[in-house]
Design a protein around this ligand. Structure first.
Ligand SMILES: [Zn+2]
Length: 227
């Protein structure tokens, strides 16, 4: 098994709403549930994993790779059976996991740099904007991560020893990460994606596709590790 750790920095390009999922949220959060304690803001990895999976499916379809497209277990299994009959396996579930498939990717929770100072509370403003008045009994909090905020996380990959296979998975994953810049987070959030560091990737840099994607994702901002 080959271990690769991708250290990521996501920079918000728009306001990104965060919410607890309760109660009525007319705008709808881009990211559900924020764990805020002592100025520190941690966001669960599920949102990023979900958007990255969507991006991976899009890229895989574009490259004519065998993949399921649904998040519904029944539909996934139907597609997997169909692929199996053709002697193929679903590449998305191989990487991200699926029914009866462990997957090879683990995403750590996201940490908001500078914590609560990057949050903005629009509780009343949002109601007034929408209805032109304060809706009685409909007080709720919609919080935003302001643009140009940095979210950091690590993606841990367990790639197979077979170098050809491992390279193939890595190519698709880096492509999916690059494509994430054009994917919507939740209702409409946009993020810029940068790699700040990649552990265990050196063995793959002789592959031109991996090298090119790696270079394009590498952060040019100060503090980034240049290779
Ligand atoms: Zn699948």
């Amino acid at each position: 098994m080959r271990k690769v750790t991708l250290k990521l920095r996501l920079t918000t390009r728009t306001f990104l709403t965060i919410g607890s999922g309760v109660p009525p949220e007319p705008i709808g959060p881009d990211i559900i549930l924020a764990n805020i304690s002592h100025e520190k803001v941690i966001l669960p990895s599920s949102t990023l994993k979900g958007v990255l999976r969507k991006s991976f499916i899009k890229v895989s379809k574009f490259l004519d790779e065998p993949t399921c497209e649904s998040l519904d277990v029944k539909e996934m299994e139907t597609k997997h059976n169909e692929l199996r009959k053709a002697g193929k396996t679903c590449i998305t579930c191989e990487v991200f996991g699926g029914p009866g498939i462990e997957g090879m990717l683990m995403v750590e929770p996201l940490v908001l740099e500078e914590g609560v100072s990057r949050l903005m509370d629009f509780t009343h403003v949002s109601i007034d904007d929408r209805y032109g008045r304060a809706a009685r009994g409909r007080l709720f909090t919609v919080e935003y991560i302001i643009p140009n905020s940095n979210l950091t996380t690590n993606i841990h990959l367990k790639l197979p020893d077979d170098m050809e296979k491992a390279t193939h998975y890595l190519r698709l994953l880096l492509l999916a990460l690059a494509n994430l810049r054009y994917e919507r987070i939740g209702r409409g959030g946009l993020v810029d994606v940068h790699l700040t560091e990649a552990e265990g990737i050196d063995a793959f840099l002789s592959d031109n596709v991996v090298k090119e994607l790696y270079d394009s994702l590498l952060s040019k901002q100060p503090g980034a590790v240049e290779k």
